[in-house]
Design a protein around this ligand. Structure first.
Ligand code: FES
Ligand code: FES
Length: 171
């Protein structure tokens, strides 16, 4: 006689980078695994899986959060933004992405999606942040390749570029 197990998966619908996406999640499934394996959004990386490295950082209703510390079922009906949605609508780099590329702010790129999502949130909340504040924020991310110099430079250039944009629109 076959052993029948109850299907405990929840049907989930989220707004992922502006589009409604649906899938199923076991109650214990991590958000990172839901994004990567159920929805195929593999831009979000998984490193330590216990909240230390920051590689899994996504935005949940605008806030930067660790995807590996969030259960998928917690985000049903909510807005998730990931690295796949960070570029401009025409597919070109955002100001921050362009600054990262210009400053060679990545090597293997494993940490990069998480750092971009955190920086994107941080720079929105702190448009005039100084180098110390940027470095303090980056202390929540582990990058084994770059020594952080290019990342810090990219963040500071983004702050300067956005300030220039703001000044020009207010002239
Ligand atoms: S994988 Fe989430 S913090 Fe490292
Ligand atoms: S670029 Fe390799 S870990 Fe950051």
């Amino acid at each position: 006689m076959p052993h029948l197990t109850k299907d405990t998966r929840h049907r989930m619908t989220i707004t992922l980078n502006g589009k409604q996406r649906s899938g199923f999640a076991e109650p214990r499934l991590l958000l990172t695994d839901f994004l990567r394996h159920e929805l195929g959004a593999t831009g979000t990386h998984v490193g330590c899986e216990h909240g230390v490295c920051g590689a899994c950082t996504i935005r949940l209703d605008g806030e930067a959060v660790r995807g590996c510390l969030t259960l998928a079922v917690q985000v049903n009906g909510r807005r998730i933004d990931t690295i796949e949605g960070l570029s401009r609508d025409d597919g070109s780099f955002s100001v921050l992405q362009a600054a990262m590329a210009r400053n060679h702010a990545l090597q293997c790129g494993f940490c990069t999606a998480g750092i971009l999502m955190s920086l994107d949130h941080f720079l929105t909340e702190n448009p005039d942040a100084d180098e110390a504040a940027v470095r303090d924020m980056l202390s929540g991310h582990l990058c084994r390749c770059t020594g952080y110099t290019g990342i810090v430079r990219a963040a500071l250039e983004t702050i300067a570029d956005k300030k220039k944009e703001r000044d020009e629109t207010h002239v």
